[in-house]
Design a protein. Structure first.
Ligand code: FE2
Length: 374
């Protein structure tokens, strides 16, 4: 059994105001900030800039970060020679920060580093500050970047891609729009649920995943309806981080394989794609992980004694939760049915396909997608 999380985690409401001290503990004096327009407009970047008025900033990260954007930012970073990359935002900004940190110390473009441990020099240290309740990227060794040429979300992995510090402040959720609380929260739920059922799961990842599921099922609807609720904010943020630790050491599965394909082809928000795919993949996986779904069901208070009934109740609960936080339906995403086979093939070639608990090939993906269209 293997379990590894080298990231120093600081978790506290209001913790962002201590950023100067945190940067000092990283022995850094020339940080570079990677963020996005949403975070800037919400004023969260201003808190960071108030401590570092001369900070260089890249704020052009898209909702599905593109390889071209990463390569352009890396050119700037190589000229400026910073000693710390601060990632501030959702998964997109954090994954971008990790990728830019890698290119700061290694030559070429990000496309050359697809896969596991393809770099030669350790990347610059990263201080990850999540501002959504879904990414988990602040505690994982992976960055997901859209390869623009192939319209494919590639994974860049390596033991040095864990952020040095995760500064997690649930108060950053206060300005997050409702639809992003919903979609990123459903992403975190998917992380935990897939980590709990994926083939590389362990007893340790089970503990993190189950606790994450309990917190998220308890709090997502409340957080969506009233983000001024401190307990709901803290529970969602903690659930998201615990889910990140779980899938970072287990894996995700077929839900993410399809969701990342849809994100690469259609630029659909990652959490929305996960939400619409999740119940259909659960129906597919239920024959091999019925007992696991039943265990999750009982953890979140579903009282069914029979495993089949408990697993089906969980799938129903996932659908209801998704509906109650107004996640759009699959039909509203306007996916071209002519691309069905391409989506299935790209999903099959995703890095995490082999981790899905039930063997799944192109034809099985076509079946799942066909049911989604129906
Ligand atoms: Fe995800």
């Amino acid at each position: 059994m293997n379990f590894h999380i080298p990231t120093h985690i600081i978790f506290e409401s209001g913790a962002l105001s201590n950023i100067q001290k945190v940067v000092e503990t990283c022995n850094a004096s020339r940080p570079f900030l990677v963020t996005d327009q949403g975070v800037r407009k919400a004023g969260i970047a201003d808190t960071v800039l108030s401590h570092f008025p001369d900070l260089h900033v890249c704020d052009t990260i898209e909702q599905n970060p593109k390889s071209t954007t990463i390569n352009a930012a890396a050119e700037t970073v190589r000229t400026l020679n910073p000693d710390l990359i601060i990632g501030l935002g959702g998964g997109s900004a954090l994954d971008a920060a990790k990728s830019i940190a890698l290119l700061a110390t290694n030559p070429g473009t990000i496309e050359e580093y697809e896969g596991r441990h393809k770099y030669t020099s350790p990347p610059l240290p990263v201080l990850a500050i999540p501002t959504t309740c879904g990414t988990g990227s602040e505690v994982t060794w992976v960055a997901v970047i859209t390869h623009v040429g192939r319209k494919f979300k590639m994974s860049i992995k390596g033991p040095h891609l864990f952020p040095e510090v995760a500064l997690i402040d649930p108060d950053t959720l206060k300005t997050l729009p409702h639809h992003l609380i919903a979609s990123t929260g459903m992403d975190a739920l998917t992380h935990a649920l897939e980590a709990y059922t994926a083939k590389p799961r362990t007893l340790i990842t089970d503990l993190f995943a189950l606790k994450a599921l309990q917190l998220i099922f308890e709090s997502l609807e409340t957080a969506y309806n009233d983000i001024s609720n401190k307990k709901a904010r803290e529970s969602m943020m903690l659930g998201s981080t615990l889910a990140g630790i779980a899938f970072g050491n287990s894996d995700v599965g077929a839900v993410h394989c399809v969701a990342e394909t849809l994100g690469g082809l259609y630029d659909i928000p990652h959490g929305v794609a996960n939400s619409v795919v999740l119940p259909f993949v659960m129906e597919f996986n239920v024959p091999v992980v019925k007992d696991r779904y039943a265990a999750i069901a009982r953890t979140i208070g579903i009282k069914e004694k029979d495993d089949t009934a408990a697993a089906q109740s969980l799938i129903k609960k996932v659908k209801l939760l998704s509906r109650s936080v107004n996640i759009p339906t699959f039909q509203r995403l306007n996916i071209n049915k002519d691309n069905l086979r391409e989506i299935a093939e790209k999903s099959f070639h995703n890095n995490s396909n082999s981790s899905n608990p039930r063997e799944i090939g192109v034809e099985e993906y076509i079946d799942i997608l066909t049911r989604m269209w129906a």
